[in-house]
Design a protein. Structure first.
Length: 248
């Protein structure tokens, strides 16, 4: 298969949103990683032999496929009740550290690959048991809430005036993978998309009335400087999640 044929196949699966141009850039890598994750392959982000074989053997989805998970292995998702998804960034590098994995259920690394956090989502079922090892991703708001974090924004200027994203800005490919993760979680846990159910950490205080400590993930996107403010960034992410759900 040529690069264009691989991109076309990934597009048919709803994973690639770029141009069919033979350029194996960030969007192609993110789409390949998403496909590889859905098939239990090593997430290289490259058009390697195993990926090409899997693409060739996979059935092309119909215009309205069954509502199946696309990027999260089902083995990672215990059958419990979850009511919200909180989206974060780690404030670190493009790699998920051991501490990052301790605080979140799912992480998106710098290559738009999916990383599993240490705690099971089941440990965040309310009421949370002290000392259980649950994912403490949001102050006083962890019960029935899944924590998803993007590995980025280390060295950022928290003043936002002017906005400086630091050496590890969130990339568009990471954002798109995060939206796909959100869509999978909404499907599996039957969580409706909305400001009080699928929200960024920066929206928690305003939307849920639970005081936080100056969190601003997300109030800016380095790849989209025109989107400013917690509500605007949250709406942008919810719109992307909704678009992926419409394809499911």
């Amino acid at each position: 298969m040529t690069i264009v044929e691989i991109q076309s196949a990934l597009k048919r699966f709803g994973l690639y949103s770029g141009k069919l141009d033979s350029d194996w850039g960030p969007l192609s890598k993110a789409a390949a990683r998403a496909f590889q994750a859905s098939r239990g392959l090593k997430q290289t982000g490259l058009p390697d032999e195993a990926t090409i074989v899997a693409l060739a053997q996979a059935s092309v989805p119909a215009a309205k496929p069954n509502r199946l998970l696309r990027v999260i292995p089902e083995a990672w998702l215990p059958k419990v009740t979850m009511r919200r998804i909180h989206f974060h960034w780690t404030g670190g590098t493009y790699k998920a550290s051991a501490d990052d994995r301790k605080h979140y259920h799912l992480l998106v690394d710098g290559e738009a690959g999916l990383v599993r956090g240490t705690p099971s989502i089941a440990l965040n079922v309310a009421p949370i048991r002290s000392g259980s090892g649950y994912a403490a991703h949001t102050l006083n708001a962890n019960g029935d809430a899944i924590g998803v974090s993007v590995c980025c924004m280390g060295g950022r200027d928290v003043s936002e005036s002017p906005f400086r994203a630091g050496a590890y800005p969130m990339t568009r490919a990471q954002f798109e993978m995060t939206a796909r993760v959100g869509a999978d979680l909404c499907l599996f846990y039957e969580i409706p998309v909305g400001p009080k159910t699928t929200l960024s950490h920066a929206e928690v205080q305003a939307n849920l009335g639970i005081a936080q400590r100056g969190k601003w993930d997300f109030t800016r996107f380095a790849f989209e400087p025109g989107t400013v403010g917690a509500r605007a960034c949250g709406d942008r992410l919810r719109s992307a999640i909704t678009a992926h759900l419409a394809q499911a």
